[in-house]
Ligand binder design. Structure first.
Ligand code: PEP
Ligand code: MN
Length: 354
């Protein structure tokens, strides 16, 4: 295995690690103008898709490998590193031959283990950084599985990009952030570098700043932001791209919090949280013991496990209590549902076994 020339460890020395550039490479002019503007205020990694996976046929599917020549020119003229998306082994070979520094795997590809394996195989022996976007659906295992395929091919320079999850109903976001998914990935892979792509999550310029700040507050290591010198003329994702000038203004106000800053008062608050979690767990375990007791009673007296009326009353009472305590009602409903589901499971277990 060749030693990596560019390491993720080196890249994250910039806080935040930033990749910026247009959704797609469209013309030499568009690429160079955008890149020059971005380089002028210190952007070090330039992104542009040359092969574009489109939801429907007929959309702009990228300029193909010609775009790689323009990317090379961007690199020579600005000194920026370049990044592009690959979706199959042909893309990998051409991108490597074209001198691209960083590859990313798009959301539609991450969800396809055959495609990821093909990419991983094509990358054997080439230790280039690969950033893996989350799959379209909120499945942490699919995301981790894609990264494992790369590790298994000997690629050590792997990072993750959170770009939100697709939904049928369109709301505020283009793709739902579902922050608990990247948090879960980070819990399972603590040393993984995690980047947020607010352009694809928000789908609109005004959400880029708040989403970026939220990601940094949550401890994300970097950002990937789509920037185009003339967004209104963009051939893909025109609604969400921002000009380099807008990006510069956002970068000026973003606050990067030092992760190592763990003051005494923060430690104290964390100790309190740990204690409360301990008590919550203890209470939950006692509650389950009572549930099982009820299960035995129901079994002896031939009463079915599910008592919808009782459950309904229980939820209504707690939800109104939640409102009084200023706790989010939806959140309480979710917790009660999970507890109830587990209680039912425990009782059914008793019906079957004891
Ligand atoms: C992109 O970065 O332009 C892109 C296609 O992203 P995603 O795979 O997240 O949709
Ligand atoms: Mn895009």
């Amino acid at each position: 295995m060749s030693n990596p020339v560019i390491t993720i460890k080196e890249l994250v020395k910039d806080k935040p690690l930033l990749l910026a550039g247009p959704c797609s490479a469209e013309s030499r002019d568009q690429l160079l103008s955008t890149a020059m503007d971005l380089a002028s205020f210190g952007v070090k990694i330039f992104r542009a898709g040359v092969w574009k996976p489109r939801t429907k046929p007929g959309g702009f599917e990228g300029v193909g490998k010609e775009g790689l020549n323009w990317l090379r020119e961007v690199k020579e003229r600005t000194g920026m590193l370049t990044a592009t998306e690959v979706a199959n082994s042909k893309h990998v070979k051409e991108a490597l031959k074209g001198g691209v520094d960083i590859l990313w795997i798009g959301a539609r590809t991450t969800g396809n283990p055959f495609a990821v394996q093909e990419i991983a195989d094509a990358l054997k022996g080439k230790n280039i950084p690969v950033f893996v976007k989350n799959p379209m659906n909120a499945d942490p295992d699919l995301w981790i599985g894609a990264m494992e395929r790369l590790y298994n091919s000997g690629i050590t320079e792997v990072a993750a990009i959170h770009r939100g999850f697709s939904t049928y109903e369109k709301g505020l976001f283009r793709n739902l952030p579902q922050w608990h998914i990247p948090i879960e990935i980070k819990r399972r892979m603590p040393s993984l570098v995690m980047i947020c792509d607010p352009s694809h999550i928000g789908g609109k310029p005004e959400l880029i700043y708040p989403l970026s700040q939220q990601a940094l507050d949550m401890g994300f290591d970097g950002l990937m932001i789509e920037s185009h010198y003339l967004p209104s003329s963009a051939l893909s994702d025109k609604e969400q791209q921002i000009t380099p000038a807008m990006l510069r203004d956002i970068l000026k106000v973003l606050v990067v919090r030092e992760r190592s800053d763990c003051s005494e008062s923060l430690s104290e608050l964390r100790r309190e949280i740990d204690e409360m979690d301990e008590r919550l767990l203890d209470i939950l375990s006692k509650r389950m013991a009572i549930s099982r007791e009820i299960g035995r009673y129901k079994k002896e007296n031939n009463i079915p496990v599910l008592q919808p009326l009782r459950y309904d009353r229980l939820v209504t009472r707690r939800v109104s209590q939640a409102a009084e305590l200023m706790v989010d009602e939806e959140f309480i409903k979710l917790i009660l549902e999970a507890i109830h589901e587990e209680s039912v499971r425990q009782q059914i277990d008793i019906f079957n076994k004891e």
